[in-house]
Design a protein around this ligand. Sequence first.
Ligand code: NDP
Ligand code: 2IT
Length: 448
Amino acid sequence: MAAKTIIQGVYEEVLKRNPGEVEFHQAVKEVLDSLEPVLDKHPEYVEARILDRIVEPERQLMFRVPWQDDKGNIQVNRGFRFEFNSALGPYKGGLRFHPTVNAGILKFLGFEQIFKNSLTTLPMGGGKGGSDFDPKGKSDNEVMRFCQSFMTELFRHIGPNTDVPAGDIGVGGREIGFMFGQYKRLRNEFTGVLTGKALNWGGSLIRPEATGYGCVYFAEEMLKTRGESFKGKICTVSGSGNVAQYTVEKLNQLGAKAVTLSDSNGTIHDPNGIDAEKLAFVLELKNIRRGRIKEYADKYKVQYLDGKRPWGIKCDCAFPSATQNEVNEEDAKTLLKNGCMLVAEGANMPSTPEAIEQYLEKKILYGPAKAANAGGVATSGLEMSQNAMMMSWSREEVDKKLHNIMIAIHKQCFDAAEEYGEPGNLMMGANIAGFVKVADAMLDQGVV
Ligand code: NDP
Ligand code: 2IT
């Protein structure tokens, strides 16, 4: 059977088995569509039905999370963990707490995580979890009670050699702390079961910075292929959370000028650049006071675009770092019209398929999420290594390892794109290089 027909068959089965899970369908389609030349070269993958197996999570957990709010009312949320693939190592991937979380969202994220983790060069399988709990507007005590209840079920399914969760949207240092405390209490064991921990109880230096720094390191490699650098480049960044914050910091360090940040309410545009001092204000605003980005516009007297995303602002490079499908076809056309020459994805699947088509057609530099934002999980892998050795590396050591990993990821994507006849197409390169490593491990391990 022709590779195209096989891929079509697997995709139709995914649609049938996972009705309504549109984000999952989207993530699967992008990967499958890249694999035609791989199946042509590797009939053994078809024989072993690797595609049919890889789109089905190894295990799916869904559970009730009851907790009591500050007024004494009982609240009920839903908890999930999708343990997608363990061919390369323990399941690894973040937890997302956001009201839009459902099975389809977490399956898209868990599926992406398999290939992303494969690209990191470290031994990690893929998984993702979370809850439809909304941390916005909740007190620290409410967040703690929720996290304790969530972990009271999750603890029996995870472990340092089984499944190692971390943060994602709505889950940062505070939430990881509460969940770690409850895990330790239930197991009577101090182990590296979560990553993104604080420094004084097993965390790794640079983990908070890693996704943003890594994304900029990756983009720097992309620029080098065209003899360019970040010096003087105007950059737009969306989001104002963990990934966005450290993307801006690294852009500043490399001589670029970051001019936007956003949240779900709107965008700020600071043509003079978000310098170190203004960024410190953003960190305090977002990580401690947990306020809205509009306050930046009020404080620094810059433009606030109510209800808008940053893609209408003229830039050389764009860093979508908020959420999935935040750049659509129209946005992509606007970016291109305004001369944007690079898009590097800090968020997971931030560009719609139609937006990606625009980037590829115009042959701008496009760094797909599973490669560009892999620095976060890679540094989680480094945190796991340090925990296993009961040692901690210096800031410089971790940063150097992260930087080298991002260079290696770029090389894998670049080389795979060449090898499979799509030079310069890092999306195909990422999908292929990420897939081949997992597929080979699955072949080695038999029908499991
Ligand atoms: P945070 O919770 O720290 O920040 C999320 C930011 O994105 C906030 O500014 C938030 O605004 C905005 N946002 C979230 N959802 C929406 C939405 N539906 N519409 C508009 N804005 C939205 O999360 P992170 O920075 O950790 O994550 C951002 C992205 O990066 C996600 O796609 C995540 O999966 C991805 N990622 C994260 C990694 C990590 O290590 N943390 C690693 C790799 C990828 P508001 O406060 O208004 O909700
Ligand atoms: O999407 C991601 O890669 C993350 N949220 C980080 C996962 C991790 O295990 O560090």
